[in-house]
Write a protein that binds this ligand. Structure first.
Ligand SMILES: Cc1cc2nc3c(=O)[nH]c(=O)nc-3n(C[C@H](O)[C@H](O)[C@H](O)COP(=O)(O)OP(=O)(O)OC[C@H]3O[C@@H](n4cnc5c(N)ncnc54)[C@H](O)[C@@H]3O)c2cc1C
Length: 242
């Protein structure tokens, strides 16, 4: 499909294009859809790293609709990986529900990176939600023996059934998102109070939640707690347009 002006800009910036092919699709609980894809050479050209994400191109009434999704359980030898779609009312989410073996999907790799954690790392503090859970899980897999505090925001009580790859040294808490003007407030409050025990010079912070919540939490980390920027990795994963 044509990628429009966004595609032209990313191409000029040396984004790399691939065509994925759906191998299988399955529900994970009632609120997530997992789609396994053949990678079209993507993993051989772009070796995977924790939190790796790709830009996927969907059609929205014929117009290009580009959204970011995390590469889950990449298998470079087999040339395949999973995509996990948190379900809500959106074009990408709807595509995942309709996906069937043989369907094709364009993907562009541009902008994904994961810097080595600064030494020392006493504890990880991870903040996410169903959209960033694949990335959170990839960090937990990569740091299976490092103590971690994980706070996840649920949009629905069923989200708690989503698979979190926590080990014995990983402490996981779910917080309801809430609704209306209060949406996101409980997560921000819970995370801020949990950080009272954080060590700004020895801990590492990863944030991937709704954009306004992510911004509020980064501000708190940097301005109130004085955490150096190399100890913070943050990206708004979605924007609440309700
Ligand atoms: C680096 C990165 C990696 C990501 N990886 C994943 C991933 O692996 N799996 C995943 O599910 N998402 C992931 N996301 C988030 C995903 O890109 C967004 O949720 C995207 O908006 C979904 O597109 P859509 O077409 O379904 O909905 P859109 O057309 O963008 O939005 C439609 C409506 O749905 C609402 N909405 C969008 N996303 C959400 C959400 N997550 N929860 C509740 N409401 C929402 C919007 O506010 C809007 O009202 C990632 C984002 C980033 C930045």
């Amino acid at each position: 499909m044509q990628h429009g002006w966004q595609g032209a800009v990313i191409k000029a910036l040396r984004g790399r294009d691939f065509t994925l092919e759906v191998l299988s699709a399955q529900d994970v609980g009632g609120r997530c859809r997992r789609v396994r894809v053949r990678d079209g050479g993507l993993l051989a050209a772009c070796p995977p790293h924790p939190t790796m994400w790709v830009r996927l191109w969907f059609s929205d009434g014929g117009r290009p609709h580009q959204r970011a999704f995390t590469v889950v359980d990449p298998d470079p030898a087999a040339g395949s990986f999973d995509l996990e779609f948190a379900l809500h009312d959106g074009v990408a989410a709807a595509w995942s529900l309709a996906a069937r073996p043989g369907d094709r999907l364009d993907a562009t790799v541009y902008g994904t990176r994961f810097d080595p954690l600064p030494e020392p790392v006493r504890r990880l503090h991870l903040v996410g939600d169903p959209a960033s859970l694949p990335a959170v899980n990839s960090v937990l897999d990569a740091h299976a023996g490092t103590p971690a505090t994980v706070v996840l925001e649920e949009g629905h009580p069923d989200d708690r059934a989503l698979p979190v790859r926590a080990r014995a040294c990983h402490d996981v808490t779910w917080v309801p998102r809430g609704e209306g003007a209060a949406a996101g407030g409980a997560l921000v409050d819970r995370v801020r109070s949990g950080w009272a025990d954080a060590d700004a010079r020895a801990d590492w912070f990863w944030l991937g939640c709704e954009a306004a919540s992510t911004r509020a939490l980064v501000r708190h980390l940097r301005r109130e707690l004085g955490v150096p920027k190399e100890r913070v990795s943050a990206l708004g994963y979605w924007r609440d347009e309700a």
